[in-house]
Design a binder for this molecule. Structure first.
Ligand code: ZN
Length: 359
């Protein structure tokens, strides 16, 4: 099984320059062969690899960077085309240097990638200092080196590993994701949205307003832009941490996990920041639950997002149309008299529906 470990690295100035150059060359190669394919037709990886050798003679700077990363770029283009041919994605796009995340990938060949305490040996770069925060288990396959728009550098090491066994769990759970509480389970557990969301949200709002008043591309504009990017980064970081803890806890305790798929409209950027932050995190959270379920041999069930989980009485099945009003937090079923907390009731229905469709 493949698994990725992400660490921050601290390259020297020379190493950072080389990384930047490598990122630039990978982008150059990608765009060069995409332009070629667009002008004529897509020739495939093997033909492109041959032409890359010729191209290196014409552009000596391509020889200064890591060679497996350029081959990887051709493979990336190849998979972009095959996704397009299979109608799984749109037509491949040119890589833009203004994209906030820039990266390239190196393949492991003849121990060109090695870890020694808090240094990692990377092709062409030599030993780079890194924050060795958790032990890596497994055989290294490749490493992706990336730079954020705040000029921080990271590596994501992909390894082939035997997953440690997590004992079978007995629980079965339904999960309702929301804004008021981040998640509510069919066991009545309510996990509130972390408080720092609000804190960073305020800071981010202020920084964005300051940015909008600055003259574009002035020094002050760029400084403010960096601040905004740093805040986004901080939010993303703390969010991932929170989501990892929550998803691991759920997977550890439950053998069957039922969630509601996300409504497509949810993913549309919302004017309210807190809403858009939550929207983005729901997708990540469901992904985590899904791959951790796979790792630890759990049953992960995603039900139809249009299932009326909030409207049904989880005791007798009566449908209460009134519950479309989001502000109603509790209700009493007019048929069976059961008292319901809106989100707990929804989570119970999600669980029951998941068990029904899976059986
Ligand atoms: Zn009822």
């Amino acid at each position: 099984m493949h698994r990725a470990y992400k660490y921050r690295i601290y390259p020297t100035i020379e190493q950072a320059e080389l990384i930047n150059k490598n990122i630039g060359c990978s982008r150059f190669i990608y765009n060069h062969f995409l332009a070629l394919s667009k002008a004529d037709k897509y020739l495939g990886y093997n033909e492109h690899a041959k032409r890359l050798t010729i191209l290196k003679k014409a552009y000596p700077f391509l020889k200064e960077v890591e060679s497996t990363s350029l081959q990887q770029t051709l493979r990336d283009l190849d998979s972009a085309y095959s996704r397009f041919f299979k109608k799984l994605a749109g037509f491949p796009k040119f890589k833009d240097k203004r994209n906030p995340k820039q990266s390239y990938r190196s393949q492991m060949v003849n121990s060109n990638i090695q870890i020694r305490e808090n240094h990692i040996k990377l092709p062409k770069l030599g030993f780079v200092k890194f924050a060795n925060s958790r032990e890596l288990k497994g055989k290294i396959l490749n490493v992706t080196i990336s730079r954020t728009n705040t000029y921080k550098y990271y590596i994501s090491i992909c390894v082939d590993t035997e997953i440690e066994i997590m004992p079978r769990a007995t629980g079965e759970i339904g999960i309702d994701l929301g804004l008021k509480d981040y998640l509510v389970t069919s066991d009545s557990l309510m996990v509130p949205n972390p408080k720092y969301y609000r804190k960073y949200e305020k800071q981010l709002g202020k920084a964005q307003r300051r940015l909008s008043k600055k003259k574009k591309d002035s020094n002050n504009y760029n400084k403010e832009k960096l601040k905004v990017a740093l805040l986004h980064e901080k939010i993303a970081h703390t969010r991932r941490d929170f989501l990892h803890k929550q998803s691991t806890a759920i997977v550890a305790e439950n053998q069957t996990i039922v969630v509601e798929g996300l409504k497509p409209g949810n993913m549309i950027k919302n004017k309210r920041l807190s809403k858009s932050i939550a929207d983005a995190s729901w997708g990540i959270f469901l992904d985590m639950l899904e791959y951790k379920s796979l790792w630890y041999d759990r049953k992960y069930i995603k039900i139809n997002p249009f299932f009326p989980s909030s409207q049904l009485c989880s005791s007798c099945g009566h449908q209460n149309i009134n519950m479309k009003k989001l502000y109603i937090r509790t209700w009493v079923c007019p048929i069976c008299g059961e008292f319901h907390h809106r989100d707990v009731n929804a989570a119970k229905n999600i669980k029951a529906e998941g068990l029904r469709v899976a059986s």
